[in-house]
Design a protein around this ligand. Structure first.
Ligand code: GDP
Length: 464
């Protein structure tokens, strides 16, 4: 990828298989390139911004060959509509066109071939968005939100991406950066007057401000647990003795929802994860392959897999069999971390009508479906999406979480320096480090190295 050239780039923006397809063209020459193969009422290069033009895409007669009297000079590929965007008021900030044609793969590939012959080149993944970033149309975190928005498959993930895309998140980070810059300028002002031995920046106030900023950074960093869960799906492990009803319960949860159920190739080859959407949040059931092959349970491997699912889960459903369990429920024989949620569930209640359950234990019958709604509510309630739906900043990108961690560490070091009476110039340098780390999230006020850009944008699909 070359983010700095001025080529006119082209790519399909839609996935194959639809009735229509959209091909995007962007770059200084975008409209002139289109005009070489577009036959409409007038020239697209003369068209006003945000106008739509009907016409034909043609393959111009090959130059240099003597025209065959019978053959048509131009071959029509398709009837199209072209939307014209003029710089800088386009997605990329450049002259752009979006050509809507019929959704045939043949038409799309011919269109791309002709556009390339007319002077464009194929775009690499994310190249439209990298141009939008380089032209100041959006910052890095907003560009990343575009990819998240395209990938979003639940209401919560969609909210997460749109909030970030709209820039509320960037504004929060910018506010932090500005406060830090203020501190630095105060310290540097002090340096200018160092001959007179004055301390402009009141050290107590300085510490308080730094601590407040750190608290904010920490809060954002902590929100990553929620953000990541929402983006990837909240990880749930169902554990219990063989025949407790784990597979039956899983099937109920997946089928009754009639929601998106898909197999994802997990990190380990034979781990299968399944997704279901409960009230706008996606839940990801871990290692369901292990649940299905109950005989595996007896093997060492099965046990290890269960333990690994428990370790990775945000929510653990511990399933007990009502026909086996006595009145005192033993504590789980696995460790539950503080940030994990344990739901103890008594299954097969249909076999023990009238049984009263100890407090805090959910009862259900995976077989009849009774009590399933209560379990679903409990799962959903275990994910606090209040902050998200109130538009608070929720970090969902691991690159941002890492940058916040580095900012936090740098700020702790600066606070330490302050305590130890570090000279003003060094203290100011420490705070500049914090500013640097925060700046990498949005890419504002910061020179973003090429490899970072490459890394971010290579995850995009072509045409975005
Ligand atoms: P797993 O080994 O934990 O995955 O358990 P299964 O889901 O394979 O269930 C074991 C057996 O218990 C099967 O015969 C199920 O039909 C039965 N079972 C599961 N849930 C219930 C329930 O709620 N009530 C009754 N009566 N039987 C159940």
């Amino acid at each position: 990828m070359n983010g700095t050239d001025h080529d006119t780039i082209v790519a399909p923006a839609t996935a194959p298989g639809g009735a229509l397809a959209v091909v995007r063209v962007s770059g200084a020459e975008a409209l002139a390139v289109c005009d070489r193969i577009f036959r409409g009422r007038g020239k697209l290069a003369d068209a006003a911004a945000y106008t739509l033009h009907y016409g034909r895409i043609v393959e111009p007669a090959a130059a240099g060959l003597s025209p065959d009297a019978d053959a048509p000079a131009e071959r029509t590929i398709d009837d199209v509509l072209v939307a014209v965007f003029r710089a800088p008021h386009s997605y990329t900030g450049e002259e752009s066109a979006e050509i809507s044609c019929h959704g045939s793969q043949y038409i799309v590939s011919e269109l791309l071939r002709l556009l390339c012959r007319a002077g464009a080149r194929m775009a690499s993944p994310g190249e439209f968005t990298i141009r939008a970033y380089l032209n100041g149309k959006m910052d890095l975190s907003q560009a990343e939100a575009v990819a998240d928005l395209i990938a979003s498959s639940s209401r919560a993930a969609h909210t997460l991406a749109t909030t970030q895309l709209r820039g509320g998140y960037s504004a929060d980070l910018e506010a932090l950066r500005e406060r830090l810059l203020e501190l630095v300028s105060l310290l540097e002002l002090e340096l200018d007057f160092s001959e007179e031995e004055v301390e402009f920046a009141d050290r107590t106030q300085l510490r308080e401000t730094m601590e407040q900023i750190d608290a904010r950074i920490e809060a954002m960093r902590r929100s990553f647990t929620l953000g990541n869960a929402i983006k990837q799906g909240v990880a749930v492990a169902i554990v219990g003795a063989p025949n407790a009803g784990k597979s039956t319960l899983l099937n109920r949860l997946l089928n009754e929802e009639r929601a998106l159920v898909s197999d994802i190739a997990g990190t380990t080859r034979d781990v299968i994860e399944e997704l279901t959407n409960i009230d706008g949040v996606e839940f990801r059931f871990l290692d369901t392959a292990g649940i299905r092959t109950t005989e595996d349970r007896l093997e060492r491997m099965g046990i290890e897999r269960t333990l690994s699912s428990i370790a990775r889960a945000q929510i653990i459903i511990r399933l007990l069999d009502a026909s086996q369990a006595g009145d005192t429920i033993p504590s789980p024989d696995f460790e539950v971390r503080q940030e994990q949620r344990l739901l103890t569930v008594m299954n097969k209640l249909d076999r023990c009508p009238g049984r009263t359950l100890p407090e805090g234990i959910l009862g259900l019958s995976a077989k009849t479906g009774e009590g399933l709604d209560t379990l679903r509510c409990a799962l959903r309630a275990a994910v606090d999406t209040q902050a998200l739906y109130h538009g608070d900043t929720v970090v969902s990108n691991s690159r941002h979480a890492e940058a916040l961690t580095e900012a936090h560490d740098a700020l702790l070091q600066a606070l330490e320096g302050l305590r130890e009476g570090l000279p003003t110039d060094l203290l100011s340098e420490e705070i500049r480090q914090v500013i640097g780390h925060i700046g990498t999230i949005t890419g504002r006020g910061q020179i973003t190295p090429d490899e970072v850009l490459q890394n971010i944008f290579s995850k995009f699909c072509i045409g975005k």
